[in-house]
Design a protein around this ligand. Structure first.
Ligand code: SF4
Ligand code: SF4
Ligand code: SF4
Ligand code: FES
Length: 957
């Protein structure tokens, strides 16, 4: 059932340009052609009774409750399946219609328990609403015939239950799973009285193909499918619209609450990014926010081997400030820095970089985007002029050919993945470029037209080969290039890619992809209509990450696929606010809006606003900070919401660097891996506890709203402000809206953004300024942001990370649907029932020669380190390639990743590590050490007087 305050017009919106005027109960209404009578009636406030229709699903016409009379037509057509026609006159109320509807309702009620008062659906059940509206309390058909009662409930899913007794077989759930989610996990089994909803082959939901997105639950008009939280907590009292705190899709959610308790999260049907859909994380996995592991009191200790000591906020902030001052006095002002968080709000991120630049007095600020999408920023800025994706998500519905490179949208960006699948089912073509067979390659009712299953590390060779075909076969859009791009740069690039060394045939041995597939894919992208490229970390996290981003932009410009709906270059950002953290000036060389710190005019603007003199030289990047720490010149780090010890590559190196510092301040929800090396712990606040904004992968700025008081007492921006004040640099904001006002004043792309406008419009895509007061859904429409688009020559340079007889396999990494990033949040929810440990995927051939069977423990060794995890033998990976996720600290996936990095941005090469894999019988040294350290952390915490969860983090711990 949809969120409480939503009024359902019953059928989807028509996007037709032609308008049709009809009369409904004497009221004239003009709607797009193709609109249902039901929706047209809703437009003038006339709610026609309905049960099987809802606005997210195609009309089905099964319940016969929505019957109407149409002048000049015989019978009583269903208003959900009948579309408007010019001059049509409709009656929605008459004696006969009432009689027919009452009859239908009596039939439903005759086989439905009438104990509404004790039903979890009480108050939000459409059958109850319809029966009440028609005064139906009993049924003439209730004459002792067969009824559905006491059918076993399916409670296997941890988040929702299915009660067949309450099911009216309207099929909304089945259609939601098919049309909205695209998983096709449900069917209506049997006929007549025996019809029933069935998951997969009549299996419990948990064991079926269901991915627990909740679309069926949202669509169900009764309590047949209900959130277990509603069953446990009862009806919510109010609703707050907020934004999901997990991935870069940025789904708008309605938090339905009781007091300060979230009873359930319902996807917002008016949300621009998600249009009423969500995934298992945003929809259900919010329980981590109140998990017993949350640290809610500040803690300090002199040495990392000491027990933690709980202290007041005053003492913790005072100690942090005195340590920063001490270190700067002793080692110089460049000896400290800060890390902003891609999980925190724009306002919080802006304040951390302001703290570093204005209060620390240096530019030593960086963000976790360093280790994911920094090549996107650099590559797109240089080619197109702006460091962000070009489209809004719904643009994909106008794409004819979709290219997915190094991304796995159905796992990592699930709501966008569902939309993409919908477009493919309508006939869109798909090219997947990925070493692994991701779900999109073959899923119910879709299949990729081309899967270029390249070897990890050969992206640039493939993009050059695609460009070679397009250029040498005359498939470029020359008019477009001539009018919109730097022609000299194009000429140089064209000459380069046309070189036979870049032909698909010449690079086939390097990439492992047959030339015929590359030629076919290139022709399809260049000639198949609107071509859109979506890419992920499989593009950026390479030694040539920036080169590949430039190669993608080159390809889009050469084929005229930029500057309108349906086309574009779209980085799928990982975390909820990774776009925002980059926009807000988190990099050491840039202020908000990607302006270089050496630009005197820009710097003067910030100096005048902030009342300080600012450094004109860029500060240290994360890897430089670690190097400097090991050299002894970098001694203090303030880390807000980022678990560097788990998420950065070459864990041993990171740990050595953190251990070499004199003051590590961690501000987070939980005692994470990095906190094992911290001296000061400041409690963080979850997205439920704060006001602010997040910016998603389509540059969409959306509000997050405070639902409960911060468990630690302060929102994250307030903590940064207290630290700044203690350091002697005054910050006096009373609400994040004031921080946004400052961002807008100092950042041209945000000039028109305000909380008032966000409340009014729901969300805004930057740039938002005088030229675009309501924001910019599509970038580079008439010209590129940099003026003329610039082509860059993208020479393929093989990574230094090569296989050898010692390390014969290539390891690559990725994400899984139910877990998120380092897993700190999702591991503390029921999501562990789907994925409770990281596993190493290995091809049957590679497994056989090593004597490895599915489920065996295997050791993985690289030039950087080694770890142990369980094997999953699967043909999803090709021979010679192994793959793992990185959600669980004990698996130590980053122990084996090297510190090779992108030439332009230092983004680590997570996606290519040469490894050996062998069968082992015991955990690695790391697992043993990790367990000991985690145990010690818990003891230190207990000794300090803190509460420690009795629950383990996950079943595997
Ligand atoms: S939760 Fe989602 S995937 Fe599972 S059955 Fe319902 S709609 Fe389908
Ligand atoms: S479970 Fe709900 S949505 Fe599905 S058929 Fe039954 S009543 Fe309709
Ligand atoms: S995790 Fe991503 S796709 Fe899932 S609900 Fe949140 S924002 Fe949407
Ligand atoms: S709502 Fe139209 S037939 Fe069910």
């Amino acid at each position: 059932m949809y969120a409480q305050d939503y009024i359902d017009p019953g059928t989807p919106e028509s996007t037709a340009d032609e308008l049709v005027t009809v009369e409904i109960d004497g009221v004239s209404v003009t709607v797009p052609e193709g609109t249902s009578i039901m929706r047209a009636a809703a437009m003038v406030g006339n709610r026609i009774p309905k049960l099987c229709a809802t606005s997210t699903l195609k009309a089905f016409g099964s319940c016969r409750l929505c019957l109407v009379e149409i002048e000049g037509r015989k019978g009583y057509p269903a208003s959900c399946t009948t579309t408007v026609a010019p001059g049509m006159k409709v009656r929605t109320q008459s004696e006969k219609l009432t009689q027919l509807r009452e009859n239908v309702l009596e039939l439903y009620v005759s086989d439905h328990p009438l104990d509404c008062d004790t039903c979890p659906g009480n108050g939000h059940c459409e059958l109850q609403d319809m029966a009440d509206a028609h005064g139906i309390t009993t049924s003439r058909y209730d004459v002792g015939g067969r009824v559905h009662r006491d059918t076993p409930k399916d409670i296997s899913n941890p988040y929702f239950a299915f009660d067949p007794d309450l099911c009216i077989v309207c099929s909304r759930c089945v259609r939601a799973c098919d049309e909205v989610q695209g998983t096709f996990a449900l069917t209506i089994d049997g006929r007549g009285f025996d019809s029933k909803v069935s998951a997969s082959q009549n299996e419990p939901f948990l064991e079926s193909e269901c991915v627990s997105c909740g679309a069926c639950v949202e669509a169900c008009p009764t309590a047949a499918l209900t959130e277990k939280s509603i069953i446990a907590l009862g009806r919510p009292e109010s609703t707050v619209t907020t934004t999901c705190g997990y991935c870069g899709v940025g789904c708008s959610l309605k938090a339905e609450i009781k007091g300060e308790t979230v009873v359930r999260m319902v996807p917002n049907r008016e949300g621009h990014a998600n249009k009423g859909h969500a995934c298992v994380k945003g929809r259900f996995a919010f329980g981590y926010a109140t998990h017993a592991d949350r640290i809610v009191k500040p803690m300090v200790r002199k040495k990392i081997t000491d027990p933690w000591r709980e202290v007041t906020w005053e003492e913790a902030i005072g100690y942090a400030a005195s340590e920063i001052k001490r270190i700067q006095a002793k080692y110089g002002k460049y000896a400290v820095g800060g890390i902003t968080s891609s999980r925190c709000t724009n306002e919080e991120t802006f304040l951390v970089q302001k703290l570093v630049r204005a209060a620390f007095g240096n530019n030593n600020v960086d963000t976790c985007a360093r280790v994911c999408h920094s090549p996107t920023g650099y590559g797109l800025k240089h080619t197109l002029g702006e460091s962000a994706g070009t489209q809004e998500f719904s643009s994909v519905m106008k794409s004819d050919v979709i290219v997915v490179i190094g991304a796995n949208p159905t796992e990592a960006h699930p709501v966008f993945g569902s939309q993409l699948k919908r477009r493919l089912r309508q006939g869109g073509k798909l090219i997947v470029i990925d070493p692994r067979e991701i779900e999109l390659v073959r899923a119910p009712h879709i299949a990729a037209d081309y899967h270029l299953q390249l070897r990890p590390g050969t992206n640039v060779a493939i993009i050059n080969a695609l460009a070679h075909v397009i250029v040498t076969e005359g498939l470029t859009k020359d008019d477009y290039i001539e009018s919109r791009c730097e022609v000299d740069s194009y000429r140089r690039w064209k000459e380069f890619v046309a070189d036979p060394k870049n032909s698909p045939e010449a690079v086939a041995d390097i990439t492992g992809v047959p030339a015929s597939l590359v030629r076919g894919a290139a022709r399809l992208y260049a000639t198949g209509g609107n071509g859109a490229i979506y890419y992920g970390l499989g593009v950026t996290e390479h030694s040539q990450g920036t080169t590949m981003v430039m190669g993608i932009a080159n390809l889009a410009m050469a084929t005229g696929n930029l500057g309108r709906e349906g086309v574009g270059v779209n980085p799928l950002r990982g975390q909820n606010n990774v776009q925002g953290s980059c926009d807000m000036g988190s990099f050491p060389h840039e202020y908000s809006g990607y302006r270089h710190v050496s630009d005197e005019a820009v710097r003067a603007q910030f100096e005048s606003s902030w009342g300080v003199t600012l450094e004109p030289e860029p500060g240290l990047r994360i890897p430089n900070m670690f190097e400097a720490a090991l050299d002894g010149s970098f001694k203090g780090l303030y880390i807000q919401g980022e678990d560097m010890a788990q998420s950065d590559p070459n864990t041993q190196h990171v740990i050595s660097a953190l251990s070499a510092m004199e003051c590590v301040i961690v501000q987070d929800l939980f005692l994470n891996e990095t906190a094992k090396y911290a001296h000061i712990f400041l409690p963080g606040s979850s997205f439920l506890e704060k006001d602010g904004t997040f910016t998603n992968a389509e540059r969409r700025i959306s509000r997050t709203r405070k639902i409960m008081e911060p468990l630690g007492g302060y929102q994250d921006w307030e903590v940064t402000m207290m630290l700044s004040n203690a350091l002697g640099y005054p910050m006096n904001y009373t609400h994040p809206s004031e921080i946004m006002d400052e961002i807008a004043r100092l950042t041209p792309t945000f000039a028109g953004v305000s909380y008032e406008k966000l409340d009014r419009l729901g969300s805004i895509q930057w740039p938002c300024n005088e030229d675009a007061p309501a924001g910019t859904p599509t970038m580079h429409v008439d010209e590129f942001v940099r003026g003329k688009g610039k082509f860059y020559v993208t020479e393929y340079v093989p990574t230094e990370e090569r296989t050898s007889s010692r390390f014969p396999l290539l390891l690559t990494t990725g994400r899984i649907l139910s877990q998120y990033n380092v897993g700190a949040q999702t591991r503390r929810t029921h999501n562990v029932v789907w994925h409770s440990e990281d596993r190493l995927e290995i091809h049957p051939h590679d497994a056989n020669v090593r004597g490895i069977r599915d489920g065996d423990w295997v050791g993985i060794a690289s030039r950087a380190g080694d770890t142990v995890m369980r094997a999953e033998v699967t043909e999803r990976v090709q021979p010679g390639v192994v793959y793992t996720t990185f959600h669980f600290p004990e698996s130590g996936a980053n122990l084996v990743t090297t510190d090779n990095s992108d030439w332009a941005t230092n983004c680590p090469e997570y996606k290519v590590t040469a490894v050996q894999v062998v069968k082992v019988s015991q955990p690695s040294e790391w697992r043993k050490r990790h367990r000991e350290l985690t145990k010690r952390q818990r003891i230190q915490r207990r000794a300090g007087g803190g509460r420690v969860s009795a629950q383990p983090h996950s079943p595997s711990e």
